[in-house]
Design a binder for this molecule. Structure first.
Ligand SMILES: NC(=O)C1=CN([C@@H]2O[C@H](COP(=O)(O)OP(=O)(O)OC[C@H]3O[C@@H](n4cnc5c(N)ncnc54)[C@H](OP(=O)(O)O)[C@@H]3O)[C@@H](O)[C@H]2O)C=CC1
Ligand SMILES: Nc1nc(=O)c2c([nH]1)NC[C@@H]1CN(c3ccc(C(=O)N[C@@H](CCC(=O)O)C(=O)O)cc3)C=[N+]21
Length: 282
């Protein structure tokens, strides 16, 4: 069956979010505050380099200061925690993003949890995650927030829908599942031990692919009319969804590139501006 499907334009959603930030950044400037995002990157993984550069450029274009802290790949957990603590104590820094993944000898959870909750613009701390789970406070992780923002931008209703999330990572699969649950979806979370994945996905009204495997989600897994959100970002700019095949069944789908990715960055900028507005005592 072939249905005409809507391409969810993440670049456009990102532009709308960023346009709304420009005014707020000007108002902060009038008060002498320039929002500042510190990005910490450990090691020299070329993919991480690219993401961090894209984030830095996006900040610059909109008037957010981006401070990049590059640490050697043999940095110890203690050294990393010290760097994060210094950023916590720096009043000029409003948001801290520790680029995932860090080298395996580092205790990533300890590093994430050192980030002050007020500066946790990527929802990576245990407390930030718990707040996301409860649907209160703080900043949810940027990619989950982006997925929900795209659905909202296109008025795609979440309530009562069966959302199937493939992936349960701490900054993507798990938080997006909880956010969809908080929006009254019925949520099924799948992972590498899930059986009959194709059949479960076939029952989804909304599919979120967060697997980290190129073209993993097959066209014939998609129920006609389902909405497909592809969070994947694999080498060569390839999503976790077999786009051409899924396009034939879905009512709406995010492409890669120009789908979830640009909105993730827009959410990061938004959270940084939110944090800058909150920390200022007027
Ligand atoms: N656009 C953006 O802003 C972002 C994109 N990404 C992209 O999203 C994708 C996922 O990232 P991330 O969550 O960090 O990845 P992780 O590798 O941390 O998690 C992958 C998840 O997929 C599950 N999985 C792996 N293989 C299978 C399988 N065969 N069947 C079912 N489930 C499976 C794993 O299950 P298990 O838990 O059992 O191991 C795990 O829960 C990647 O492509 C990444 O590049 C990530 C962050 C931001
Ligand atoms: N703590 C943490 N938070 C993250 O959010 C995080 C992370 N670690 N580690 C790595 C992944 C990856 N990620 C992307 C963000 C934007 C694009 C993006 O903008 N992509 C463009 C492509 C731009 C291009 O390559 O030309 C697009 O999809 O159109 C992609 C990937 C965030 N991540």
């Amino acid at each position: 069956m072939t249905t005409k499907s809507l391409i969810l334009d993440g670049a456009q959603v990102a532009d709308t979010i960023k346009a709304q930030l420009t005014k707020r950044i000007e108002q902060l400037a009038d008060k002498g505050v320039i929002p500042c995002l510190a990005t910490v990157i450990v090691g020299d993984d070329p993919a991480s380099e690219t993401y961090v550069r894209m984030k830095g450029n996006a900040c610059k274009r909109i008037g957010i200061v981006s401070r990049r802290i590059q640490l050697a790949k043999d940095t110890t957990t203690t050294q990393l925690l010290d760097v994060i603590q210094q950023l916590n104590n720096d009043p000029l820094v409003h948001g801290i993003l520790l680029q995932h993944p860090v080298p395996s000898h580092i205790d990533e959870r300890a590093a994430f949890d050192t980030i002050s909750i007020d500066k946790d613009v990527d929802g990576v701390t245990t407390l930030g995650f718990a707040q996301t789970a409860f649907g209160i406070g703080a900043f949810p992780s940027c990619t989950p927030a982006a997925i929900v923002a795209i659905l909202d931008a296109y008025n795609i209703s979440i309530e009562g829908k069966h959302a199937v999330v493939i992936g349960r990572s701490p900054i993507l699969g798990k938080p997006v599942s909880l956010m969809l649950l908080n929006r009254n979806a019925t949520v099924t979370i799948c992972h590498s031990k899930t059986q009959h994945l194709d059949q479960i996905v076939k029952s989804a009204d909304i599919v979120v692919a967060a697997v980290g495997r190129p073209k993993f989600v097959q066209g014939d897994w998609i129920k006609p009319g389902a909405v497909v959100m592809d969070a994947g970002y694999n080498k060569g700019n390839i999503g976790d969804v077999d786009y051409d095949a899924c396009l034939r069944h879905a009512s709406a789908i995010t492409p890669v590139p120009a789908g979830v990715g640009p909105v993730t960055i827009a959410m990061l900028l938004k959270h940084t501006v939110d944090a800058a507005e909150r920390t200022r005592i007027l």
